[in-house]
Design a protein around this ligand. Structure first.
Ligand SMILES: Cc1ncc(COP(=O)(O)O)c(C=O)c1O
Length: 444
């Protein structure tokens, strides 16, 4: 059935904004999400109606989903409802609702990724998730973690600090010699060549925020499964992934990717509440982790501590969710962000993101003063489009685009590129405007 503008606004959008008090929020269905098998089944939604849910300044074209989300209207309404409740009766509202609402948030994220709510921990960000996972790995002296020189600061620094604590060795390899010639086979071969009998973890990033390269995680996990078939626990290699730029932009589940642990922020491509994130893991992943920050939502842990009884020694989503008081209105509104995506359709979100990125890449590839960095192949790319402008530093190009109302960005890597990241809050017309402005940099 077609999701037209009216249906979208009445169904997934503004109806949520008009819903009653948050105590009546319907729990997310515990059924795991089934990934759409390749093709996009239902007709696409009215993208203008989707775009209208984002109230961004009309004098800016935000191609910055990879940085920090603008909240779509239903999410804004949900956060506002929770905020009012907390302002009205902060202690009793928290006492009466926190565990239940955090369970809905975990369930919604779990449904989205095809795992149960108990297999999801709620964090503040990708960074917090990555740090908690790598700090929490059950590793001993001499155990090895394979990662790459192309990974982000957050992964490198979390691994470095973790290895100082547990004595593990971090082995960093180059995934490719040149982004121009990178291939799935090369990536898989280089990673597998780095595996030794002491390798216990492969620590990767789904979509690289420097080049926009998307790793072929299903092929990598299939290769790891072959190695693991000849090993027993705990010698098996788990695949842990910084999913910041795939979560919310790609139509995938933990199982379809073959990841054991995925860490992501909700405040980028998912357009979820700012300051929220998740760790999702399968049974093998949770078995290899220990929490670092005490949980406030696992009632068994509290009860055991109060009664001086043995504390839980397993790990799962609730136990891994850092305790302490939070910006609860944001944490509790995660289901609304997930429902917003589900209302559009995960496959449609991914297809639209790819379509806009393709349009952008096609236009950039024609410009003689531009070097397109991100692979054109959708199997090796997602929503991030990175490029260089001849004769201009990255910072200068970003500044010039921003001065012309195109919100581009540069990431803090040793080698920087200009990035434009079109998403469901953009339109093909906006991509054309961005291309026109990049074209205008030629005279620089
Ligand atoms: C690959 C990667 N991981 C993690 C982050 C940080 O994400 P968060 O803001 O959710 O901590 C970024 C950039 O924002 C990134 O590019």
């Amino acid at each position: 059935m077609s999701v037209g503008r009216r249906d979208f606004l009445l169904g997934g959008g503004l109806a949520m904004a008009a819903a009653p008090a948050p105590a009546q929020v319907t729990p997310a269905s515990p059924q795991p999400y089934q990934p759409s098998p390749g093709a996009v089944a239902a007709p696409p939604p009215d993208w203008d109606a989707v775009k209208a849910q984002f109230q961004t300044a009309p004098d800016q074209i935000n191609m910055s989903a990879m940085l920090i989300a603008s909240h779509p209207l239903p999410l804004r309404a949900a956060i506002d409802r929770f905020r009012r409740e907390m302002d009205w009766r902060p202690v009793t509202y928290l006492d009466d609702n926190n565990r239940r609402l955090q369970a809905y948030s975990r369930a919604a994220a779990g449904r989205y990724l095809g795992v149960t709510g108990d297999q999801v921990a709620l964090t503040d960000s990708t960074t917090m998730g990555v740090a908690l996972v790598y700090a929490g790995l059950k590793l001993g002296y001499g155990d090895e973690i394979v990662t790459t020189n192309q990974d982000y600061y957050v992964t490198h620094e979390s691994l470095r600090r973790a290895s100082l604590r547990n004595g593990s060795t971090v082995r960093r390899i180059d995934l490719f010699d040149s982004i121009e010639t990178v291939s799935e086979a090369q990536i898989v071969a280089r990673l597998m060549a780095a595996v030794t009998p002491r390798t216990r973890v492969m620590a990767l990033t789904w979509v690289h925020s420097s080049t926009g390269l998307k790793l072929p995680l299903p092929a990598i996990s299939a290769a790891l499964a072959q190695v693991n078939a000849a090993r027993q626990e705990p010698e098996r290699i788990i695949l842990a992934v910084d999913g910041a730029h795939g979560f919310g932009a790609q139509d995938a589940t933990l199982a379809s990717l073959g990841c054991d642990v995925l860490m992501a922020g909700c405040h980028k491509w998912l357009f979820g509440p700012r300051g929220t994130g998740i760790i999702a893991a399968n049974a093998a992943g949770w078995n290899r982790l220990r929490p670092t920050i005490p949980s406030y939502v696992d009632s068994n842990a509290w009860t055991a501590w109060v009664n001086n009884a043995p504390l839980p020694d397993h790990t799962d989503g609730p136990l891994m969710s850092p305790g302490g008081f939070k910006a609860f209105e944001h944490l509790w509104a995660i289901p609304t962000a997930i429902e917003f995506h589900e209302g559009i359709g995960k496959a449609h979100v991914a297809a639209r993101t790819t379509q806009l990125a393709d349009q952008l890449k096609a236009g950039l590839a024609l410009m003689p003063h531009v070097r397109l960095v991100t692979p054109r192949d959708a199997r090796l790319s997602a929503g991030i489009v990175s490029f260089d402008v001849h004769g201009l530093s990255t910072d200068a190009a970003v500044a010039r685009l921003r001065a012309r109302r195109i919100i581009a960005s540069a990431a803090p890597y040793a080698i920087q590129h200009v990035r434009l990241t079109p998403s469901i809050m953009n339109s093909p017309a906006e991509v054309d405007l961005a291309l026109a402005e990049v074209r205008g940099l030629a005279a620089a």
